[in-house]
Design a protein around this ligand. Sequence first.
Ligand code: CMP
Length: 145
Amino acid sequence: KKEKTLAMIKPDAISNMGQIIDLICKTGFNITKLKMVRLTKNEAFEFYQEHQGKPFLETLLSFISSGPVIAMELMGDNAIGKWRDTLGPTDSSIARSAAPMSIRARFGTDNTRNACHGSDSPISAAREIEFFFPTAGINRQNTAQ
Ligand code: CMP
């Protein structure tokens, strides 16, 4: 079924944005929204609220707010699962052996610097898309698909 997901290129992979966006298109996703933005630490906390209390939260927030990110709404069949498959395992050092062609294997470094994010469920996808692309005023229904 047709789904939407939120993809984010993290600060460590911004230098590889061209290759990553090319791969997204060649994998068959439609990029229906896209924005480059630098998050404040508070905004990063809002985005990653489900990780409140985790030991790695502070490291994650510092990293995500350390430079620009590119947020994208991707559309396609089974987009949530398909994008997570394209990413590979969360830890890039594990991805390199388990899924060497994956985005995290190719463009990431470790558990924190892992190149890209993907929503893990339809509820997360809806919340994360709304976070970057709020549906109000002129943005309402403003999608490419
Ligand atoms: P992401 O898909 O953006 O979702 C949450 C992020 O937290 C994850 O990718 C990792 O970058 C980070 N993360 C998850 N688990 C760990 C961990 N054990 N140590 C450090 N960072 C982690």
